[in-house]
Write a protein that binds this ligand. Structure first.
Ligand code: 3EB
Length: 353
């Protein structure tokens, strides 16, 4: 009855994606450094699903990877403003990119810096798309922000992003606390466009917070004038078919960073946070299918030299995870060496067989 809800996630090399073809693809994100601008995995061919080009490179041997989302129901593509989307059953996958140079001059009042203008525009277009598609519930958002730690106009760019995300959300009648999507916000290459992709649904997900952490939307003002508007996790669907989306998770307890300068300890603390979230999701939603070893992970590493210790920690703790992908990215606090996001649950695993 709710099988249209089911999603399957894969991380594929260009050759793997070619041999599998694009059957049932709802949307995808290609991760490649800016030196390979059009994210060559698609070899120039036009595809009819939304594809986010993210200028955040792989770590390790592989040069490019595709994060591919497939749906059990037939996907129908379309576009709305700058948003390319595909819908399948209750689900919508969408992606958009906004170059700051394109939108640089905005009259006061309202968003001021080029990144604030780009963020404001992106969020307004995303919400307008969801309204038009009658699938209003944002479930999961991935935000890739060029030069995320750079300070301009007297404010770090991540904090500029938070200001505009919150103001655009309020202007569109959206929550900025509580019923907010799971999210990640990572760095991308300088001068690349602000790149966002998302999953939304006609049905509301459950919003999960981590008992070990202050909710991000309640962070004190020392982390910026406007709080980041995301939930620690969301759960879409019910019981054995539920899918869990774990937001970017780091070595933060309460609201403070722990183990600065110790990437191995930060990795362990991050896994403790993810385990606490799994327990909370089980307590709230009771899917019975959520285990650390069965999730798929994206691991963002600030310094490539830390990859070995971070990978060693993860491999000893996770055993054979469903998937593990390592990317090089700046993280929104300078004292964080690693951030980890994850997806899991009975829904996509049983369907992915
Ligand atoms: C943190 O816990 C780390 O601004 O959307 C993680 C996930 C982080 C999402 C966001 C930020 C975001 O505060 C940073």
């Amino acid at each position: 009855m709710s099988c249209a809800q089911l999603l399957r996630l894969q991380y594929l090399s260009p050759s793997e994606s070619h041999s599998q073809g694009w059957h049932g693809v709802l949307g995808a994100a290609a991760f490649a450094s800016e030196a390979r601008p059009q994210a060559a995995p698609l070899h120039g061919g036009e595809v009819d699903f939304p594809l986010a080009h993210v200028h955040t490179p792989m770590l390790g041997d592989a040069r490019e990877v595709l994060e591919v989302w497939r749906a059990a129901a037939r996907a129908q593509p379309g576009s709305h403003g700058r948003v390319r989307y595909a819908r399948a059953g209750d689900l919508v996958f969408g992606s958009l990119a906004v170059g700051e140079a394109e939108v640089a001059s905005a009259p006061a009042p309202g968003p001021r810096t080029p990144l604030e203008v780009a963020t404001d525009l992106a969020y307004r277009e995303m919400y307008a798309t969801l309204t038009a598609l009658d699938s209003p519930h944002l479930v999961r958002v991935w935000n890739y922000i060029p030069d995320i730690n750079l300070e301009t106009h007297g404010l770090e760019r991540y904090r500029q992003f938070n200001t505009a995300r919150q103001e655009a959300s309020l202007a569109c009648g959206r929550a900025v606390a509580g019923a907010v999507p799971a999210a990640s916000a990572l760095g991308a290459a300088a001068a690349s466009p602000l790149t966002i992709y998302f999953l939304a649904s006609r049905r509301a997900p459950a919003f999960i917070e981590n008992p070990r952490q202050v909710s991000a939307y309640r962070y004190p003002a020392q982390y910026g004038p406007r709080s980041p508007a995301f939930s620690r996790a969301t759960v879409l669907g019910e019981g054995a078919e539920a899918t869990l989306f774990v937001s970017g998770t780091a070595s933060i307890v309460g609201h403070r960073t722990l183990h600065a300068g110790d990437p191995a300890a930060q990795t362990r603390e991050t896994l403790v946070n993810i385990e606490a979230l799994l327990a909370e999701a089980e307590r709230r939603c009771g899917t019975g299918a959520l285990r650390l070893e069965t999730l798929a992970y994206k691991v963002y590493v600030r310094e490539p030299k830390d990859l070995q210790v971070i990978r060693a920690q993860l491999e000893s703790s996770l055993g054979r995870a469903a998937a593990l992908l390592y990317l090089k990215a700046d993280i929104c606090r300078r004292d964080l060496a690693v951030e980890i996001e994850a997806v899991g649950g009975g829904g996509w695993r049983s369907w992915s067989g």
